[in-house]
Design a protein around this ligand. Structure first.
Ligand code: ADP
Ligand code: ADP
Ligand code: MG
Length: 662
């Protein structure tokens, strides 16, 4: 076994590999780009080397810099993870030339599968079933179009060098072929530097089922069962599970045999995945990924094996730890990929700082693989995956239930995520029934991607509780002093709060009780269910427990100035607090003026020269659909007004200045 390995990757997969290396007593060396100096994988590693600036081409893809780091660290082997250089045959060769073991297959096996077209020709020869299609070297337009006509529409034009779900084009009928071919070639050239395409029948309701294989240098090849990865968006996996729902034992056997035949045909060594597309009981070879797959934890959960450990053992020349007849699958496992993205905007990647991040507790049934911590940034430079959440159960319903529960415990604020979509999927009856096809998300988009619901009463109550607590010098909701303040403020024991939920203005009235509890009114009817009696109990770890009409909920409120995020049952509700007293407080704290607390329109403004009493309304501003009545901070005379009725003013604009009254 190696004493020391270098991990030529970042994020969750680098962290996951370090964990296994550590358990095996192997020193783990990280590399990182300038953007990742503070990243989790760097902190976890035994040593780390900066290999260049943020763009991957200058760091995580820079072969000489990675080999230089390996030499300086004295690493005997390099694990490429997935993505980046993991399927780069030139990198595998460069490692060999530098005397470092590449933890992966031989360069020739990577090359054999690197082109989808060449791989298909090879698999055809090995007797592995293929989707009807054309994968020839002749790329003449007429040849491709003839092939499409023979195959029968709809057809799929695919970049032969494609990956990550990119470089695919569906052609519904012959009229669209020429234009689609041009587009597909352009995209393939731009993304992969190679415009070779293949044409195959486009299956309309297929499932993606793949087989995990493992081979060693002693001529052993085993299949470690299948994974169903049919829940996809933009041809990229979102949810993966094992076993594949409804797959019968005979088909599983045939698929495993085909996958092992594929591995043998190319002299494969190490972890690999043979991807099939399945429809109507038949399955066809799609491609082979010659690396560890993103979703390998699903296989680890049902087999109890550590596939990274197997990779290290095989690379060190050991035989596979188990024979095929010693392998068994137990129960059911499901993984969801938590992405920083906006499902409502065609899954556009999102960026930002993870202001708050709390994963569910891990145990034998729940696993979280991540490479980020609270406070880390999701940048434009790399893949937007935040984490993988994997649940195991005795059977599929058991695993789904645990997954749903764990998703409700996942708290992320600061970056837009697909958590809401994932929650909707795991509750959807079609997903619960099992065996959905790759069109599942698109077909059920109306159910799965509903616009954010108005915040529930519990979220509003938690926000109001936070605002009440923040208004107190000691932050203690039970403080009698605080209650006296509230009584003093209004005389009749209530306090009004203006909140914005998206475009909707909400006026909330909290009637304060002597014990720190309150009754919450929603007078303008914008929120559901009217009023509630709110009892405040102690929460743990910064959370708050509120009983609404006797029903207990746990919430967490994050605040950054006027921006409030209420995390409740895994849902993040964004609210804006409109504070009409903010300018008065600012004036009292020093300046003799009123400034606009947010951009808005001036509805009323008092004239210059007028004497005003403290608390008298001087300006009425309409901002974000709420009328704010801005009072004078003290008895004073208006010296100057900075705007006129009807003006639009910027956030922070000076509206009125005062001189002391005589
Ligand atoms: P896997 O096949 O391992 O399940 P995917 O199909 O989602 O993973 O992605 C295939 C490979 O492409 C992975 O190695 C992943 O790192 C990489 N990848 C994923 N998304 C992107 C992207 N948006 N751009 C470039 N590469 C990507
Ligand atoms: P990549 O290298 O990007 O992973 P794949 O060939 O593995 O490309 O295909 C990715 C996804 O595209 C599949 O999981 C499947 O959802 C869809 N797909 C691929 N080929 C077909 C096909 N012939 N018919 C229908 N869908 C397909
Ligand atoms: Mg694929």
């Amino acid at each position: 076994m190696f004493d020391s390995i270098l991990i030529a990757n970042r994020g969750e997969i680098a962290c996951r590999i370090i964990r296994t290396a550590r358990r095996m007593g192997v020193r783990a060396v990280a590399v990182y780009s300038e953007a990742d100096a503070g990243a989790m994988h760097v902190a976890m590693a035994d040593a780390a080397f900066c290999i260049g600036p943020a763009p991957a081409a200058e760091s995580y893809l820079a072969i000489p810099r990675i080999l230089d780091a390996a030499a300086r660290a004295g690493a005997q082997a390099i694990h490429p993870g997935y993505g980046f250089l993991s399927e780069n045959a030139a990198f595998a060769e460069a490692c060999a030339a530098a005397g470092v073991t590449f933890i992966g297959p031989p360069a020739a096996a990577i090359r054999a599968m690197g082109s989808k077209s060449a791989a298909k020709a090879l698999m055809d020869g090995a007797g592995v079933p293929l989707v009807p299609g054309y994968h020839g070297a002749d790329q003449d337009d007429a040849v491709l179009e003839d092939a499409a006509a023979r195959i029968g529409y709809p057809v799929l034009i695919k970049a032969s060098a494609g990956g990550g779900g990119r470089g695919m084009r569906v052609v519904p009928g012959p009229g669209a072929f020429a234009a689609s071919l041009a587009t597909a070639r352009g995209a393939a050239r731009a993304a992969f530097g190679d415009d070779t395409v293949l044409v195959e029948r486009y299956l309309t309701r297929p499932r993606h089922i793949e087989m995990q294989v493992f081979a060693d240098t002693h001529d052993n090849v085993v299949a470690l069962f299948e994974r169903d990865c049919s829940v996809q968006r933009r041809h990229q996996k979102v949810i993966e599970e094992a076993p594949a729902p409804g797959l019968d034992a005979a088909t599983r056997e045939r698929m495993a045999a085909a996958a092992c035949a594929a591995a043998r045909a190319i002299g494969y060594v190490g972890a690999g995945t043979v991807e099939f597309i399945a429809e109507d009981g038949a399955f066809y070879f799609m491609e082979m990924n010659t690396r560890l797959q993103v979703e390998h934890p699903v296989t680890e959960m049902i087999t109890g094996l550590d596939l990274v450990e197997w990779q290290l053992r095989v690379a060190a020349g050991e035989a596979l730890p188990r024979r095929q007849d010693e392998l068994a699958a137990t129960g059911h496992a499901i993984e969801v990929r938590i992405y920083a993205e906006d499902p409502a905007r065609d899954f556009a990647p999102a960026t930002g700082t993870l202001q708050h991040l709390r994963a569910p507790a891990e145990d034998a049934a729940i696993r979280v693989d991540t490479g980020v911590r609270q406070g880390d940034a999701i940048s434009v430079h790399y893949d937007p995956m935040i984490a993988k959440l994997i649940a195991h159960g005795a059977d599929r319903p058991d695993a789904v239930r645990r997954l749903a529960r764990a998703l409700d415990d996942y708290e992320i604020a600061g970056v837009q995520t697909n958590l809401g979509l994932l929650r909707a999927i795991v509750r959807h009856p079609a997903f619960r029934a099992g065996g959905v096809d790759t069109g599942f998300i698109a077909t059920h988009a109306a159910d799965l991607m509903q616009p954010p619901a108005p915040p529930p009463r519990a979220a509003l109550a938690a926000a109001v509780h936070r605002l009440l607590a923040d208004a107190r010098p000691d932050g203690d909701t039970h403080s009698p002093w605080a209650l006296r303040t509230a009584w003093r403020l209004n005389g009749d024991g209530y306090q009004d709060f203006h909140l914005l939920a998206g475009e909707t203005a909400l006026m909330l009235r909290a009637h304060l009780h002597r014990d720190g509890n309150f009754r919450l009114d929603l007078p303008d009817g914008a929120a559901p269910d009217g009023a509630a009696d709110v009892a405040v109990g102690p929460g743990d770890d910064g959370a708050v427990c509120l009983a609404l009409d006797g029903m207990q909920v746990r919430a967490r409120v994050l605040r950054s100035g006027p921006a409030l995020t209420v995390l409740l049952r895994g849902e993040a509700h964004a609210l804006t607090y409109v504070d009409p007293l903010a300018p008065a407080r600012e004036a009292a704290a020093g300046g003799d003026r009123i400034v606009a607390p947010m951009p808005g329109r001036v509805l009323e403004i008092a004239a210059a020269g007028r004497a005003v009493r403290r608390g008298e309304v001087v300006v009425v501003l309409e901002a974000m659909k709420v009328q704010m009545r801005l009072p004078a901070p003290r008895d004073a005379v208006i010296a100057a007004v900075g705007c006129a009725r009807g003006d639009l003013v910027e956030d922070g604009a000076e509206l009125v200045s005062f001189v002391p009254a005589e």
